[in-house]
Ligand binder design. Sequence first.
Ligand SMILES: [Zn+2]
Ligand SMILES: [Zn+2]
Length: 447
Amino acid sequence: MWKRVYQTYHRTNFHGTQSVDWACMCLSSPIPGQKQAPAVGHCNGSCSLDRNGNRSSTSVPNGGELKHRTHATDATQNLIKDEENLGYKEENAVYKENALEQQKLLQEQDQKLKDAEQEEEEEYKPQIRWPDLGAQAFLHIGALYGLYQLFYANFYTFLWVVVTVWVSGIGITAGAHRLWSHKSYTASLPLRILLAFAFSIAGQRDAYTWALDHRIHHKFSETDADPHNAKRGFFFAHVGWLFLTPHPKVVAKRKVIDMSDLEADAVCMFQRKYYIPLFALCSIILPVAVPWYFWNEDLWMSFWINFNMRFTWTLNVAFFVNSVAHMYGNKPYDRNLMSTEAPIVSLLAMGEGWHNYHHVFPWDYKTGEFGNYSLNITTGFIDFCAWLGLAKGRKSVSPDMVLRRARKCGDGTRFLDDEFAHKDQVWGFGDKDIPREDIVELAKMQN
Ligand SMILES: [Zn+2]
Ligand SMILES: [Zn+2]
């Protein structure tokens, strides 16, 4: 209250000066430290007016008819009160005005944003591509029938499924992904031919097209330009994106991503050019005919098992990286991304589930921080090829780089060697590992 009066005084320039302070006010206001205000007529003597209310020689430069506050009339005091109230009202009015203006501005911005979004939505209405939906339905329904047939199949047929899944898997992970999409190492001609062949067994389009979409996915993750934008939901990220018309931004980005390195790769371009016959030969005829020719597996049975079931299995494992590993799990390296660390996906996808790390350091040929081959078979394969002299120039990330990024952006789950880590965990009060400073503080807190 008193402070309030002082402020009003200051503003209304009662003393005719802007440098008025508590000590020179002499209005019945308390001097800081005093509970009571000085009695009227008892100036503390430090103001620029003398005890009779006359201006001293060193007083107010502006001149004018001044009155000592202690001799102020009731009318003046009422004026102060009025001004005080007026001040409040003025301030409130200004505040309200500002708030209203700001609110109006925010509403306008919101409306503009909504209009823009609506325009974009009106522009882009995803359409179902029926042939692609039909292909997915055929693959998945046929895969279920193939799974049923597997119970009656020769045991060698089962082993053949495992072999083809692994070989085609390496074609995806070590080939289309780590080599052609990310250039995380360089491969000799024989290795590239082997990887192109393995990738053709997988049947997931040609490596050039796969790498193009994957580069866009990394460059524009979780935006409209991301071909399997996880923000559009699990189903879309998993499979929906393959039978819906792409967002115009995806189409636009496909034209601008630099693919010159792959255009200069003869193996990659050969696989692209002859993709359809290669698909027929490597993804259908070879997997289906081998069991029939070598151990007399029923051809009908072999088709549903070795084409539909095998194909759909690798397809869904790859889909898990786009759906599960973009939705569930920790984010030790960058919490701002949607991609996560998903060990189960790593197990199934031969090391591709360390996806938070991979999106932060996409050039690392390991696609994960730790060199544990058990959940990263692909890294073991590339290291083996390097040992054979078929692969070289493996790019990686220094521990310092990882640590810096994890500290800066991580969600705190990569705590093992963080200096702020809760390293020495304790079971409760009485554990001898309780830190010394905690013990001292605890002792003080005890009653
Ligand atoms: Zn990638
Ligand atoms: Zn991703």
